[in-house]
Design a protein around this ligand. Structure first.
Ligand SMILES: Nc1nc2c(c(=O)[nH]1)N[C@H]1C(S)=C(S)[C@@H](COP(=O)(O)O)O[C@H]1N2
Ligand SMILES: [Mo]
Length: 198
């Protein structure tokens, strides 16, 4: 499968590959607010609801059957580390949004995780090919600690904008704040502007 390299994303933000105040790590640390939730294929489901024509629900098998692509992406954690060249396979946000038929008055998005995590973004910040619902890292099933079976990645934002163990997406007509955004982390989270705290 061909790999789309989006590690030049920083150019759009007039920044270096390594955002200010970050250091590169080869390791892939695990950062979770409350540990790794267990899941099983029998009970796992993913839902799309809110300001859409077609609310959607998928089993894990159905989800992994969505049209996938592989991208090489960098990953920037707000605590100061960046990991380069992660190969994530998944379905892009715009592809999923198209399936659901997003209403004209939708302006924001809330992502939900099975650990009661939430994180929000404006809709236009999600309608980018690099925002992936991913189930594979470097050709292997996404490890549970890193959000398996399915997580979101947002390489244009600090990584707290990417919900691990994602259980669903809600399309909103007004802005709302997610878990870390309510606790003092930046709502906008642009790594090249060092938007870490609000
Ligand atoms: N569901 C969920 N998603 C989450 C988190 C979490 O605690 N729960 N932590 C966020 C934070 S702060 C970061 S830096 C990344 C960490 O991803 P990693 O553990 O794969 O490095 O996931 C983000 N997504
Ligand atoms: Mo983080």
């Amino acid at each position: 499968m061909s790999v789309r390299d989006v590690t030049d994303l920083h150019e759009e933000f007039d920044g270096e590959r390594l955002p200010p105040g970050q250091r590169e790590t080869e390791r892939f640390p695990v950062l979770s607010k409350s540990g790794t939730p267990s899941w099983s294929p029998e009970t796992w489901s993913f839902e799309v609801w809110g300001a859409v024509d077609e609310p959607l629900e998928f089993s894990v098998e159905e989800f992994r059957d969505l049209p996938g692509e592989t991208q090489r992406q960098d990953f920037h954690c707000v605590t100061g580390w960046s990991r380069y060249d992660n190969e994530f396979t998944g379905v892009s946000f715009p592809t999923l949004a198209e399936l659901a038929g997003v209403h004209d008055d939708a302006s924001h998005v809330m992502f939900y995780g099975f650990d009661d995590y939430t994180t929000d973004l404006p809709l236009d910040e999600c309608m980018r090919e690099e925002v992936l619902f991913t189930w594979e890292l470097d050709g292997e099933p996404l490890p549970d600690d890193h959000g398996g079976p399915v997580r979101v990645v947002t390489p244009h934002k600090y990584a707290y904008k990417g919900a691990k163990w994602v259980s669903g997406v809600e399309f909103l007509t007004e802005a709302e704040l997610g878990y870390w955004e309510r606790r003092g982390y930046s709502d906008t989270a642009n790594p090249w502007n060092e938007e870490r705290y609000s």
